[in-house]
Design a protein around this ligand. Structure first.
Ligand code: UDP
Ligand code: MG
Length: 147
């Protein structure tokens, strides 16, 4: 049996998730998996916050479109916001990444959140509904950044 670690992880319902009215669906999935919410807020994402969050991708050709995406620019003023959450539970980082699905929505398991609801935009950005921290170091950095 793999060892269990009680972990905190950052989840963000991205602007497309809000636009598609998926917050309830996502919160239900994570509640049914028995994760606990220890932080939650809806906020507008400033450019510096977006750029810090995605600093590991700053040299990619899609970086500008990615920053516009997480700021909700393509979706109109009502959707220039995200819901940020901190979830806690056993192996939360890896297990919530699994529930979220692979980064590319076309490669994600079809019953994962990204597989079921994500798409690739005409600009080539993976519009994949949800962010979930990828490892312990990222989770710590991201929770400090967002909360
Ligand atoms: N992304 C993209 N194209 C790529 C790689 C990433 O549009 O080729 C976007 C996508 O929205 C992804 C985000 O950039 O969720 C962050 O990328 P990362 O590689 O950190 O993937 P994640 O940790 O979100 O699965
Ligand atoms: Mg990542």
């Amino acid at each position: 049996m793999t060892e269990e670690h009680i972990e905190n992880t950052l989840v963000i319902v991205k602007p497309d998730g809000l636009k598609k009215s998926l917050t309830g669906n996502i919160l239900t999935k994570l509640a049914e998996a028995r994760f606990m919410i220890i932080g939650a807020k809806v906020l507008r994402v400033s450019r510096p916050l977006a750029e810090q969050h995605y600093q590991h991708l700053k040299d990619k050709p899609f970086f500008k479109d990615l920053i516009d995406y997480i700021q909700g620019k393509p979706y109109g003023p009502d959707f220039e916001r995200v819901m940020a959450l901190v979830y806690k539970g056993p192996n939360a980082i890896k297990r919530i990444r699994e529930i979220a699905g692979a980064t590319n929505p076309e490669e994600a398991d079809s019953v994962s959140i990204r597989g079921a609801f994500g798409r690739i935009t005409t600009k080539g950005v993976f519009e994949n509904v949800i962010h979930a921290s990828s490892d312990a170091k990222d989770a710590e950095r991201e929770i400090k950044l967002w909360f």
